[in-house]
Design a protein around this ligand. Sequence first.
Ligand SMILES: Cc1ncc(COP(=O)(O)O)c(C=O)c1O
Length: 384
Amino acid sequence: MTIDFEALRRRFPVLQRKTYLNSGSYCALGDTVREAFDAYMDDRLAVGANWDVWVMKNEAVRAAMAQVLRVTADEIAVTASASAGINALASAFDFSGPRNKVIVSDFEFPTNAQIWHAQERRGAQVVHVPVAADGYIPLENFARLIDERTRLVAVTQVCFRNGARLDIAGIARLAHARGARMMVDCYQAIGALTVDARALGVDFAVGGMLKYLLGTAGIGFLYVRSDLIPELVPGNSGWFAQQNITAMDITANRPSLSARRFEAGTPPVVNCYAAEAGLKIILETGTDAIETRVRALTRRCLDGLAAIGWPAVTPADDARRGPMVAVPSRDAAGLFGRLLQEDIVTSFRDNNIRATVHFYNSAADIDRFVAAMDAHRGQFGPRA
Ligand SMILES: Cc1ncc(COP(=O)(O)O)c(C=O)c1O
């Protein structure tokens, strides 16, 4: 089946006004996602409180998220953010014994280092895997630091600064060979790449739904492999994390038998409406087809930038990059502003302009970005 990407593109109105290369920060708003927000408002006006429907929405998000990760719904907690998922998971680990190390990498988004450092007062020892001289983190660097004292390896799949993609399956094998668990923060990948939790061999996966999953801020997920759920009792809890949500029992904590035990309070109802609609677009389009298109577009971008003599810092190897192309600049903030004035929406971190690509982008978007970079080269050339 061939996918009509041009027709899909028309469902995201901002793309008619802007060259939108910013999905790694916040996705373009899709037509059915907007309609979902409206449907929530209509519900509020028509019925006031519609709890039966709203609870079902939370379950619909759980089921769709499970399909995206190719796991079962019982293995998914619907959380308020990626941070909420990591915190809930962290609260279930005991760091008081000799196996107290948590391995993170120097590619982490802050939250996935800060939360593990916050466990130091509970006995955790956080170890950072350093970047190699070529700017990548090869498996050998993980192999050197993961040992029999490691409880968890918690690493990002795609680095938010430079777009480099780590070998998650390889890292998971190393972790398991030494008796450690493996968590991936797949926020900068999921929706733009196929993230098959079982094929990657991870025990846990976290992310949120405002980027490549096409939803909104205020909703995320935590995947927990089913056989690990019984042994992980979170210290964080709440009534929506209980076995029986309506029991209203204040005498005990009885965590759900599913990954719902990692949730807490009232679900983010309006966000569930939007997230369900966003996930539906991803599932209907298919992550394999999306990944193929995103890979071709990022390749075109890398080649175009190389041709104008302003190469990206993102790895050229297809296996080592995700949906982001990061371009070094002497003045990334200034360049970001110039591009914005020209209706080219990017973002910047450190010294890099970040062009983040989704299936709704086109070759013309990429060419426009590269041409604009070429025009600005004299003023904003790469650092010496
Ligand atoms: C890789 C990665 N992890 C985590 C986060 C933060 O997620 P949240 O704000 O949902 O906790 C982000 C946000 O940009 C991210 O890019």
